[in-house]
Design a protein around this ligand. Structure first.
Ligand SMILES: [Zn+2]
Length: 317
């Protein structure tokens, strides 16, 4: 059963659980149009959003705008359901994430299957779950990006780019209430289960993009940060959350840089060290490799690391 919380004028958080983690989508009830931010995993529209909208006095068919924050199955897997139940709604995402959201083959090649090249992987059950959670492929209707404004009547969402966790991760800024719906753009030390135990690492595809996002979020100084997988974050806790995220990235870079010398190290070896230093992570621990690779590429750009071979191994530059 979803818990509905009003987080800004006309804006509601719909929170439920997914396995051992919390997960949220958002409904913005404009006087003219209704927006849904994220569609969850397959089944969540019928399981959570239909009932939440009914409780708020609306019908699922009233949804006009579906905005997908980023390409991960727990944020777009309900696209086929919303297409069927709200056929007039337009579904949009950032252009960089659109091809991954539209095609399981593409997101598998670029995201979920990426780890295999480095001898790391999800277990078979997680692979099966990811595929089921993504739902059928659904073509989107268009794209949105920084500078766009979604007017809904009495409330507007300003779109900002929050790259890092994915190349095209979006943020939704409600300026009047100073509420930022940041979804998975800022990931602290990783993801926790509902009892508060740290279980999985914070994956990001570019270290510089992720740091830009942390600065951007801090610069907005939101009174409330709305994430998909963490409990309420308000006022001074926003800064503390962003600072903890920055410390994680700095520490991960330090651990990796400290491992680089004259002997080439693989991504799997560096990830194992990082897991010991910053984890250990019990679920989806392979995803730490994505952040390790992001830092290696960043160190290489800064002339501090270099790679050798087709199956790259890394050395100090
Ligand atoms: Zn997520």
């Amino acid at each position: 059963m979803a818990v509905i919380t009003q987080v800004a004028d006309r804006t509601f958080r719909v929170e439920s659980t997914l396995g051992r983690r919390r997960i949220a989508q958002w409904l913005v009830l404009g006087s003219e149009r209704i927006a849904l931010i994220d569609t969850g995993v397959a089944g969540m529209i019928e399981g959570q959003i239909v009932g939440a909208l009914r409780e708020l006095g609306h019908d699922i068919g009233d949804v006009a705008e579906v905005l997908v924050s980023h390409a991960d199955v727990d944020h777009y897997g309900g696209n086929a359901e919303i297409r069927r139940l709200a056929p007039r709604a337009t579904i949009r995402s950032h252009p960089s994430d659109r091809p991954l959201i539209e095609s399981w083959a593409t997101i598998f090649a670029q995201r979920y299957g990426w780890y295999r090249h480095f001898g790391l992987d999800y277990d078979a059950a997680t692979h099966a779950w990811l595929h089921d959670a993504s739902g059928p492929d659904v073509p989107l209707d268009g794209t949105i990006a920084a500078g766009d404004r979604v007017e809904l009547g009495g409330v507007a969402l300003e779109i900002i780019d929050l790259p890092g966790h994915s190349a095209g991760h979006l943020g939704f800024w409600l300026e009047r209430d100073r509420v930022l719906i940041s979804v998975d753009a800022v990931l602290e030390r990783g993801l926790y289960d509902i009892d508060g135990t740290l279980i999985s690492p914070p994956p990001y595809v570019t270290a510089s993009g992720y740091r830009t996002t942390l600065d951007r979020v801090a610069g907005l100084a939101p009174s409330r940060l709305e994430t998909a997988h963490y409990p309420e974050i308000r006022d001074d806790a926003v800064d503390a959350f962003v600072d903890a995220s920055r410390r994680f990235a700095d520490r991960l870079e330090e651990v990796i840089a400290g491992q680089l010398g004259d002997d080439a190290r693989s991504i799997a070896e560096l990830t194992a060290v990082a897991d010991r230093e910053l984890g250990p992570f019990s679920e989806m621990s392979n995803e730490l490799a994505r952040s390790v690779a992001a830092h290696l590429e960043d160190l290489e750009c800064r002339g501090l690391a270099r790679s050798v071979g087709d199956q790259p191994r890394w050395l100090a530059a």
